[in-house]
Design a protein around this ligand. Sequence first.
Ligand SMILES: [Ca+2]
Ligand SMILES: [Ca+2]
Length: 560
Amino acid sequence: MQITLMPPDPVPPTKIWHSAISTFPYPWLKRMRSIFLAASGFFIATLSACVFPSPLSAAESTSQRPNILFILVDDQSPYDLKTYNPKSELQTPNLDRLAAQGMVVDSARHMGAWVGAVCTSSRHMIMSGRTLWHIPDRGGKTTNNPNAADPALVPPDLAEHTMAAVFNRAGYDTMRTCKKGNSYDAANAQFTVVKDSTKRGGTDPTGSHWHAQQVLEYLSDRDKTEDVDPFLIYFGFSHPHDTRDGKPELLQKYGAVNHTDPETLPPANDRQPKLPTGYLPAHPFHHGQPGLRDEEKVSGVWTNRDEQTIRNETGREFACSENIDVQIGRVLDKLESMGELDNTYVVYTSDHGMAIGRHGLQGKQNLYEHTWRVPMIVQGPGIAPGTRAEGNVYLLDILATLCDLAGVPAPPTNEGISFKPVLEGKSSTVRDTMYGCYCGGTKPGMRTVRKGDWKLIQYDVLDGTVREQQLFNLAQNPHEYLPQHHQDAVVALTGDRPGPDQTNLADHPDYQSQLKEMESLLLAEMRRLDDPHRLWNQPDDGLTAPASASNGRKAKGKNK
Ligand SMILES: [Ca+2]
Ligand SMILES: [Ca+2]
């Protein structure tokens, strides 16, 4: 015979005391109230734990639900950070500490973009937990993602299942600060407190300091009102996205200037960071998007790829990134002083990586590791300090992961996989195969697939005039060196002479079976993910090439 205990009163006893005492207007009574509540809460929780072993612990665990500080920077390659690239000259003591106290995920990637503003699709995936071809475009446009008009693939009510909406319903307080533009507006509007503004200046009020200030003020307000609800803070920055106007003292540290004259080169300076690993003076073939803003119009770089320009721009990127690190430090200190840090998951990542001279490219519209990968550092309860994992996670897994960490059900629209088991050291990856797409220029664009050590990138752009394959063994050739990296003139600039096998292996007779295998994997991923395009060496699967307003050829001047 089974004996069922009646569940306890649904109104926790502490709540009754809370409403009775909160009517007292005097500050000292408020303070007494907190002490009393804490003491009575403990007493009641302890008592109930004895009488009703499991059901009552819900009230107790509610007060201990973890906070979330989600930090998102705009345009940063993982290779800028020492934790991913020990040769990097960028100093980020706060991120180093975060990495030392938490886990660094090595294979974290964004799934791609169907528009030059890679931020837009990346941020839609982050907020919704959905894959690239299952998300809406900004402002209801359906030309960039042709699937956006199909309610079976892109749910019309998706915004109600995005990050802040989900956590609001779970009883979290939600707040965000970030840049405006190239984002998921309907999802951003779900946060209870929104402090958005694009801040890319070189002073505190016009730069990253402003974003931190919004978070600090929000935390102070919570302190004042003794708000005990758990919080989800989306702490976004507008930098190091260009224009990379650093603070004067940090520019000086990295030997850089805010260069504005397209007719001259910025001055050389020994303090500037060295040329990045994988630097080329030019990409070996056209990237497929004539007039692309990031490759041609970024102030300070334009179409220049010479050493002075790239080292100066890297110095500017580092000045902006170090300032971000300083601002993160201020917020972490505040959380510590409030006693909240130990119960907060801190997630640090970027919406995508960045080239700045690597492979002769400047922007984010490519699928090399420096740009397809993102930094991913997570600290919080249950994550062992100083750990690393492969992960194989996408940014679109973040929503499922945060839900899992907070004990909140993921929304029904979620397609991401929680990587909590990775963070807890229970598994090293959440999937084997990773797919990436860049399709914001001429169609069908670029695709990549990675499994184990092998990675294939295919380019089918400019009306079929550029059709290229690159096959890399990333264990042997992690920087994806091409034949051009072996040229003496390039080696003289970088000081890096690649080994004989460190090259594109697509045409190498010994690796044709790997090439075929990766081609099959890519096609399978494109089918699985409802990619509406096919490349020259793939069956058309009965698909007609999606119509596109400009086929990506229109020169775009704006791309925030
Ligand atoms: Ca971005
Ligand atoms: Ca609250």
